[in-house]
Design a binder for this molecule. Structure first.
Ligand code: G4P
Length: 190
């Protein structure tokens, strides 16, 4: 997606050869019109996949997921990272190990929200080692529903998340694939 790559080139800050900071439009401040275009692009790529629901993880996955949900006309569920006061239903819970943060956390979704007839599109802001996407996929499978695809805003193609997910058989669509973050510059894979 050229508009997204332009935004990353102009506003992305390379923090190290592993980490790209995009707080000006995705992870802290949000650019609504860019997010709308991201939602349209996801919707176009998955329009023929019979998507019935979108699942993401709070917090930075929510904006692109909502925009895609608006375009596809389907509800958006965000997995919660913390136990909520009001979320007292039976939950599907999975562990997520973050290589970036070197810590394990848990994500949960109410069992009421996913049913076996659902075809779910997973959306997330970043794909690094794929742990967050795998945790979402395990929740969908716990519910006996189908993972119909995975949509990623920025894939770090030099990490192994995408190949891990594709080896399992999931279709992964990334809107920008970063191939390296060397010497402060962002290079794209395609
Ligand atoms: P993985 O799920 O693909 O294995 O990724 P990892 O554990 O490495 O990532 C943990 C968190 O860091 C995730 O956000 C992920 O989106 C984010 N992240 C990973 N690599 C980068 C990067 O290069 N730049 C930025 N900006 N973020 C990165 P999170 O903790 O769930 O945060 P949030 O969704 O609340 O913002």
């Amino acid at each position: 997606m050229e508009l997204l790559k332009k935004k990353i080139r102009e506003e992305g800050i390379v923090l190290s050869d592993q980490v790209l900071k995009v707080d000006s439009f995705l992870n802290h401040q949000i650019d609504p019109s860019l997010m709308q275009e991201i939602g349209r692009t996801f919707a176009n790529r998955f329009r023929e996949s019979g998507i019935t629901k979108i699942v993401t993880i709070e917090s930075s996955g929510i904006a692109p997921a909502v925009m895609a949900g608006l375009e596809l006309g389907v509800p958006v569920i965000f997995a919660r990272k913390r136990k909520s006061l009001t979320l007292q239903d039976d939950l599907y819970t999975e562990k997520v190990y973050s290589f970036t943060k070197k810590e394990e956390s848990e994500v949960s979704i109410s069992r009421k929200l996913i049913t076996p007839d659902d075809r779910v599109l997973l959306i997330d802001d970043f794909l690094a080692n794929g742990e967050a996407a795998l945790a979402m996929a395990r929740i969908v499978e716990q519910a006996s529903a189908k993972v119909a695809g995975i949509g990623i805003v920025i894939e770090k193609a030099f990490q192994n998340g995408s190949s891990k997910l594709q080896e399992i058989g999931y279709r992964v669509e990334s809107l920008a694939r970063v191939s390296s973050l060397n010497k402060g510059y962002v290079e794209f894979a395609d």
